[in-house]
Design a protein around this ligand. Structure first.
Ligand SMILES: [Ca+2]
Length: 190
């Protein structure tokens, strides 16, 4: 057995055991969804929180109770949510924001709160456990008047198996690639 075969076998076993010990594979499915926000300032689109770049961010107007909403298209059990805060200024604006998970589309404030963000340092990414809360919509909102909501990245992690698997062959391949440490394909947004 040459070294290349030994190395490949080792990689396979590592992948196998990491899946076994965690009881599943945690996958960020945020980019499978569609984002929206209460208002928009400049060209800071709601999808800027899903493009994988910490330098691009969302931005609402100054308003009461601003929100950002991610429609995952299906109901999932959400394990955790991460938020990356703005790096260049105004990191305090995120303070007091609420992460919600639920199925109410029109009145997102009725969806239960997963976590309240006390603060996130400029440019940092913090993770918030949602313990399997079920919902199609993951939202971030800031209660109060004269608020601005800016999010530079949002990730939503769910565990497979334990959630309905996607129909897309490419997305399925992404999950399996993560389980086996093989290269992960890039999937086009559906
Ligand atoms: Ca971004």
């Amino acid at each position: 057995m040459n070294m290349r075969v030994v190395f490949k076998s080792l990689l396979f076993l590592l992948g196998f055991f990491s899946v076994q010990t965690k009881g599943g594979t945690e996958v960020n499915i945020a980019t499978w969804g569609k984002a929206n926000q209460s208002t928009q300032a400049y060209n800071w689109y709601p999808s800027n929180a899903l493009d994988g770049k910490n330098s691009t961010c969302t931005h609402t107007d100054v308003q009461s109770d601003p929100w950002w909403k991610l429609d995952l298209m299906k109901t999932y059990s959400v394990n955790r949510v991460t938020i990356t805060n703005r790096h260049d200024c105004c990191s305090y604006r995120i303070n007091g924001s609420e992460i919600r998970v639920g199925n109410n589309s029109s009145d997102l404030f009725r969806n239960p709160v997963c976590a309240v963000v006390s603060s996130i340092p400029a440019g940092a990414t913090y993770s918030y456990s949602c313990g399997g809360m079920k919902g199609r919509y993951v939202t971030v909102n800031i209660p109060g008047t004269s608020k601005i909501l800016t999010l530079c990245e949002v990730e939503v992690y769910v565990i497979f198996p334990g959630n309905s698997e996607p129909q897309s062959k490419c997305l399925l391949a992404q999950i399996r690639a993560k389980q086996s440490l093989f290269p992960r394909p890039k999937c086009r947004k559906e």
